[in-house]
Design a protein around this ligand. Sequence first.
Ligand code: GLC
Length: 544
Amino acid sequence: MTSDDSYRWWQDGIVYQVYARSFADADGDGVGDLAGIASRLDHPAWLGANAVWVTPFFPSPMVDGGYDVADYVGVDPAFGSLRDFDHLVGEAHARGLRVILDLVPNHTSDRHPWFVESRSSPDNPRRDWYIWRDAAADGGPPNNWISEFGGPAWTLDPGTGQFYYHAFASAQPDLNWRNPEVRHAIHDAMRFWLERGVDGFRVDVLWHLVKDEALRDNPANPDYVEGRDPPSRRLLPVYSADQPEVHEVVAEMRAVLDEYDERVLIGEIYLPVDRLVAYYGREGRGAHLPFNFHLILAPWDAREIEAVIDSYEGALPDDAWPNWVLGNHDLPRVASRIGDAQARVAAVLLLSLRGTPTLYYGEELGLRDVHVPDALVQDVRETNQPGRGLGRDPVRSPMPWDSTATGGFTTGVPWLPPGEGNLARSVAAQRDDPGSMLSLYRRLIALRHAERALAVGSYRPVPALGSILAYRRQHAERELLVCLNLAGVAGSLQLPDGFEAGRVLISAAGAAEGTEVRGHLELPGDEALVLEPLAPGGRAARER
Ligand code: GLC
């Protein structure tokens, strides 16, 4: 299935992330499941998404919400069964939705049979599947590495007297990717799902897979500010992640995908742009889409965002396809970060930039982070380091399908509170309201699908000042202008060549479609517009 202009589905399509525990609960236990997701696929299809990425549903003790996998080729009973999975894939494909799975190859659960064997004895054949080391001379951990969830990244195993390494929780021992048997075992798990019709993987913490062979100490981070930064940022991860050998590992994963048609490899990678783009690999041997989180990481300021876009566009290797993300299950929701009005501007930005957009479920509703009372806290990142505001539960609240007490998410007690404010933003409440966030998302997506200039066109920045960000997108003869005001105060833009007169195709703040603008554009606060040029005489210069 290749779209016109020979772009792949993951290039001109839109990815919709479903947090499996929070989308829809079919069996009433308060936790989302595969049957629930299958029953709600009309929503992403109606919205215009082309793929759903489903977060982990594999057998897991749920120490890290399923990112602690105890079996790579099964379904946790809390989420259903393999039959439910096959049903989900069938329902998705019937709606033209691709299915992307989360692959978590950096670590397993400490309950995974591989680790149970590995820890059983220093002579076990699986000992080297994980990273085991003797204590340092002082009896402490082998080096100074810190866990992403706080505390040392090494835990002593009393049975064998050695430490094992875990970049995340102690219940998530890191696999040893220098061991070819580990690579083959994960490749086989990938094939298991690919054979079942999965269209690709989002690979968890891809840049973490390979560690320095000598496990050297990480240097101190000179910019670390106690209290402001999470404890894990005290050191620079010079030796614990992003090692040169990781690219061979990625190339091997890519080769597994390439045994099948039209599958996609997406990598979760938090790195500066120059390091990030290396994950595209050489000659098509890397990830198709190394996730680009820089719209989330950069301050919400027109010049900063412009600099991010320009540096990213400038750094992309030939043939590399860009991508953009505004939120995910690990970071504050965009509406909570920048407010409701700017979240609408952000929607226009995400869906008019060059590159595959990924939406996090509920972003299209303008959902906000929910307050989670201490007694209901689930996230290990919070329980390991309480009171620092590092918990991710607030961004994982149940999808509000309607505005009843449980949002139509479950007939039971939802595992996290849906949040009153979010219930008021339910799908049912917004669907028929032309001014709603949901309607804006749907219209933006429809416009992106209708306009090849937006979906696959070139990107050209337009000089702008203050809070205004502007760029052109062009495909064949058709060129569109995007102007966004990243603040609540009015700004202005001298319309560039070819757009001396333009017409509004879509507006974030409510300017009527078809409104004509000329010469100098006054952009109210919180407004974002996509404009088409008007030919002299006032007719829109369309390519057809
Ligand atoms: C990724 C996941 C996150 C998880 C971590 C460890 O960052 O997105 O949710 O906690 O990896 O697997």
